[in-house]
Ligand binder design. Structure first.
Ligand code: NAD
Length: 516
């Protein structure tokens, strides 16, 4: 929910007199205060206090950003591959050097713990490193003598001005997933970050400027639905990358494609961890706790549901539950904390409400995060680790993406039953199987209708030289994010058929072009 805060450009203060930082747009290579008269409050989730007021762009401000990006595209697409690679290397060095500064912004606005924030920046950096190889990535194909004296070759060209609309849960990594390949392929890029934690985008913009990226090549437009709709309706934006929840992803895909844009829209998730009876129970429990509660469950690749097959259920639930009191919940800035608060109070309360409905609907609450002392005593948006057992498919805690530190457990009798459950789920982002049986794991990889699969790996986020994306309601569009799909998404292919004939052999021929 967006709440109005101070007037734009004004350095306001909260009720205790603490400064509230204005968070602006970044257009033409500099910060630009908003002029719409609308801002939204940004909070420090660990203290519950407002720390910033982010500008919310109007349609006119989005247009200004697009005009800057459009003008920059003309010369940027002509910059040599060698120069673009050099710039990507420079960006890589600067982001690497300022990793902790970026991570501290994530801690302050998202709430995740510093070690997790550093991990986020590192995974984003890997996509920048991939884009350093842009000369190789853009190599086309060449067929000599496709017909007598005729050569055919393909080239890949940028699509123009492209936009990226990103979610709150990875305020640095997801923008890096997008802009690294978008810029390296010769496009100019407009980022619309989440209004909940928008400041990392501005530090990234500064680093790109310092690296030498020309004005207008990277732009940040802060905003809400008004800015998103302006992007979707703008005739000069050629492509839109989106990462966020499924209802918005569907809306972005439908509206963007209706307006003739290329769209990739990644949505929500409900990731199942299938544990077979032969699995190592301690290893599976460690993985379930790490993947279920890391980043307070606010990851699209978090494990939401453990599906225990047969006899492994009871020891597994016990092993998971044994580990929960040891998970240290606290502010992200505390180096000993392993799990921070949730992003907003509203989100924390919504996550907690699933404990209520699960109990009403017949599930067993094994661990209740509302019993954590910080839930009641802190102004921050804390919730402890929760474990819900005996969950069935019709319960709300299974049907909805909770996106919080709540792990649900389901017991089934067979592999086939578990597979049916996973394949019947509307989402298909990630999944994992835990087993010591290679044949079973291979069968699962073959059978499962999910885009990213882990074998004894609970969070199988593909490395930067593969592509990231789910199936079903977890992705709208054809191409996944980053890696080879990312290069394809941000470029159009052109095929050239070429002949350099001896003019003396020229003649009129109205027949269809022949190859033999
Ligand atoms: P969200 O869908 O609420 O917001 C994402 C973006 O859309 C933000 O920039 C926001 O400003 C904008 N937006 C929100 N409501 C809008 C509306 N009505 N019209 C137009 N634009 C709107 O998502 P979130 O809460 O920021 O992020 C969490 C969600 O993102 C979860 O569902 C999570 O699974 C998903 N996610 C998916 C992936 C993936 O790769 N599939 C990765 C990260 C997060």
């Amino acid at each position: 929910m967006t709440e109005l805060a101070s007037a734009p450009g004004e350095r306001a203060s909260d009720s205790n007199g603490a400064a509230i930082t204005p968070i602006n747009h970044w257009i033409d290579g500099s910060p630009v205060p908003g002029t719409s008269g609308r801002t939204a409050k940004v909070f420090n989730p660990a203290t519950g206090q407002q720390s910033g007021a982010v500008d919310l762009a109007s349609v006119e401000e989005v247009d200004k950003a697009v005009q800057s990006a459009k003008a920059a595209f003309v010369s940027w697409r002509g910059v040599s591959l060698a120069k673009r690679a050099e710039l990507m290397f420079a960006i890589r060095e600067l982001v690497h050097a300022r990793k902790e500064d970026i991570a501290r912004i994530l801690v302050a606005e998202h709430g995740k713990v510093l070690s997790d924030a550093m991990g986020e920046v590192t995974r984003g950096l890997e996509v920048i490193e991939f884009a350093c190889g842009i000369p190789t990535l853009l190599k086309g194909e060449f067929s000599e003598q496709a017909s007598t004296g005729i050569d055919v070759y393909s080239i890949r060209q940028p699509v123009g001005v492209v936009a990226g609309i990103t979610p709150f849960n990875f305020p640095a990594m997801v923008p890096m997933w997008m802009f690294a390949n978008a810029i390296a392929t010769g496009n100019t890029f407009i980022l619309k970050p989440s209004e909940k934690d928008p400041s990392a985008s501005l530090l990234l913009a500064e680093l790109l400027r310092e690296a030498g990226v020309p004005e207008g090549v990277f732009t940040v437009v802060q905003g809400d639905k008004v800015a998103v709709d302006a992007i979707l309706n703008h005739p000069d934006i050629a492509a839109v990358s989106f990462v966020g929840s499924t209802p918005i992803a569907r809306y972005i895909y439908e509206t963007g494609t209706k307006n003739g844009k290329r769209v990739q829209a990644l949505g929500g998730a409900k990731n199942h961890m299938l544990v077979l009876p032969d699995a190592d129970v301690n290893m599976a429990a460690d993985a379930a706790v790490s993947a279920g509660y890391g980043s307070a469950g606010e990851r699209c690749m978090a494990i939401a549901t453990v599906v225990a097959v047969g006899s492994v259920h009871d020891p597994l639930v016990e092993a998971i539950n044994d580990r929960l009191p040891k998970v240290k919940v606290g502010p992200g800035s505390d180096p000993t904390a392993e799990m921070g608060p949730l992003v907003t109070k509203q989100h924390r309360d919504k996550v907690a409400s699933y404990l209520e409905s699960a109990a009403e609907q017949g599930a067993t609450i094994v661990a209740d995060g509302r019993e954590h002392p910080l839930y009641a005593s802190s102004e921050g948006f804390f919730l402890g680790t929760s474990l819900i057992d005996h969950v069935t498919p019709e319960m709300d805690c299974y049907r909805d993406e909770i996106f919080g530190p709540v792990l649900t457990v389901m017991q089934v009798e067979t592999y086939e039953e578990a597979l049916g459950l996973i394949n019947d789920n509307p989402y298909g982002n990630g999944t994992a199987i835990f087993t010591r049986d290679g044949g079973a794991a291979r069968q699962f990889q073959f059978d499962v209708n999910v885009g990213m699969v882990g074998v004894n790996v609970p969070i199988p986020v593909p490395v930067a030289y593969y592509s990231f994306g789910g199936w079903k309601a977890s992705l709208f569009g054809d191409l996944h994010m980053y890696g080879p799909d990312g290069i394809q998404f941000y470029t159009r292919s052109k095929v050239v058929t070429s002949r350099w004939p001896d003019p003396s052999t020229s003649s009129v021929d109205l027949g269809f072009p022949r190859t033999r």
